[in-house]
Design a protein around this ligand. Structure first.
Ligand code: PLP
Length: 382
């Protein structure tokens, strides 16, 4: 029987918790998407998104999950016969490759072991030999491993070899990590709604610089739903080409207003602190971090010898209502992942580490219970 008193504490790297104010904004009466009222909301959201992407470029709101925006990037800027580089540091790097393969694009993959990050010299070595590539695809933060990549550095290398366009997956990094689209001259940046944006799943975002918008006009890869020519034309009238997730856009407006008021720089600092506390708490339990260059939005932890990692995730949820994420694909059972993004705060970290300690103790892992939480409190108290 379902326990009605079971309280769920969501600490997964997407979807993330949503505040009551934002949830209530979803409960408004649905309006028509071709009227002035919706136009005003769409235009306001788009302006606020520019503030978050740190860009003067166009940002389009799509009704899809983040993968939709990834696919939109591929089909709108590339052409048949193009070649692309994928900097693959995990499950989402692999996704770039799969999308590109689906559209017949020749892919040169620089693949790293999970937990590792992109080395700029590897990219440089490839480009020195052959720089005939039409785009480079990468992740800012690779959510499957908790790694952050130096996207500013990647663009600097790309610029040396004919200014190859760099397409950044910022699905999990947006709002959690510093990202300056214009200053770093990033060509395309994509993101999603269910992580740092603090709203439910269902929307994705794509920002393109002027050069890429010109490419959109000429791109000959097959597309329909994700054609950005349609998106651009309709946006000029304050609309989207197809029926958007109207109420999720209400939530977007509410969340963006909260974010603007809080200040993006303050958010970056907030997650930096939450990440630091999580990492130190984990180490104080005697566990090892998985990421070689850890990001501030998700912490991945190696499951200790003799403990079943899938049980950590299951038992933490079933016994304590704390939902974290396990490893994906070949890392299932080998790592667990804690998010600190979106509508999460210090007490979420305290609760997460406490839940982890209680669960590990029940699973027979030997350590002094309380060390992790104590360390977390010290970080916040410092
Ligand atoms: C880095 C990254 N890229 C892409 C995606 C795919 O987004 P979605 O699941 O919304 O399609 C995710 C979501 O988990 C992600 O974390």
């Amino acid at each position: 029987m379902k326990n009605p008193l079971k309280k769920l504490r969501l600490l997964t790297p997407g979807p993330t918790p949503v505040s009551t104010d934002v949830l209530l904004s979803l409960a408004k009466e649905v309006i028509h998407h071709r009227g002035d009222e919706f136009k005003e909301i769409l235009v306001e959201c788009t302006e606020l998104l520019k503030y978050i992407f740190k860009t003067e470029n166009d940002v389009f709101i799509l009704t899809s999950s983040g993968t939709g925006a990834m696919e939109a990037a591929v089909v709108n800027i590339l052409n048949k016969g193009d070649r692309a580089i994928v900097l693959n540091t995990g499950a989402f790097g692999r996704r770039w490759k799969n999308i590109l393969n689906s559209y017949g694009i020749e892919v040169k993959e620089i693949e790293y072991e999970w937990g590792d990050y992109v080395k700029l010299e590897d990219l440089e070595n490839i480009l020195k030999e052959d720089s005939n590539y039409q785009a480079i695809f990468c992740q800012h933060t690779e959510t499957s491993t908790g790694v952050i990549n130096d996207i500013k550095g990647i663009k600097e290398v790309a610029k040396k070899y004919g200014d190859i366009p760099v397409v950044v997956d910022a699905v999990s990094s947006l709002l959690g990590e510093e990202l300056f689209m214009d200053e770093w001259e990033l060509d395309v940046v994509v993101s999603g709604s269910q992580k740092g944006m603090m709203i439910p799943p269902g929307l994705s975002f794509i920002a393109l610089n002027k050069k890429m918008l010109e490419k959109v006009e000429k791109s000959n890869l097959p597309k329909f739903y994700f054609s950005l020519i349609h998106a651009k034309n309709y946006f000029e009238r304050g609309q989207t080409p197809w029926t958007p997730a109207v109420n999720t856009i209400f939530a977007l407006k509410e969340a963006l207003k909260i974010i603007k008021e809080y200040g993006i720089e303050n958010l970056w600092n907030r997650y930096k602190k939450l990440a630091q506390a999580t990492r130190e708490g984990v180490k104080a339990i005697g566990l090892e971090l998985f990421a070689k260059r850890p990001c501030n939005v998700v912490t991945s932890i190696k499951v200790p010898e003799g403990v079943d990692g899938t049980r950590i995730v299951k038992d933490m949820q079933n016994e304590f209502g704390v939902r974290i994420a396990g490893g994906q694909r070949e890392y299932k059972g080998k790592i667990v992942r804690f998010a600190h993004m979106g509508y999460m705060d210090e007490m979420d970290v305290v609760m997460g580490i406490a839940g982890l300690e209680l669960t590990l103790s029940k699973l027979g892992y030997k350590f002094e219970i309380g060390n992790g939480v104590r360390k977390v409190l010290e970080v916040f108290n410092g």
